[in-house]
Write a protein that binds this ligand. Sequence first.
Ligand code: SF4
Ligand code: SF4
Length: 104
Amino acid sequence: MSYVIVEKCLGERYAVCATVCPVECIHPIDHKGEPFMVIDPEVCINCGLCLPECPVGAIVASESEDPAYAQINKDLTPQAKNNPAAPERPKNDPPKRPGNKLVN
Ligand code: SF4
Ligand code: SF4
């Protein structure tokens, strides 16, 4: 089991999730032509620290909450894990993706 980054992250990438992850298993990559992040399901220790940090609520606590994105996180991890860290966006920066709201 692993935490999963879901569609709300697409085009946002605040990157604060990656800065709090104690095992550095959150990696940036482009997906569908947009900035995105994925969680490496083999390394995630389910500590839960990342979830309340995401300004738009783009992290879920289990694969069963979004199986399609769980698969996407898994599939993109091999390419994403060697990418350099993404720069952080301020947590109060308004969301870019239509429908997203600041929740944390
Ligand atoms: S903090 Fe949320 S929106 Fe930002 S990169 Fe992480 S999951 Fe994506
Ligand atoms: S649950 Fe913990 S280990 Fe897993 S991605 Fe989030 S911060 Fe990292």
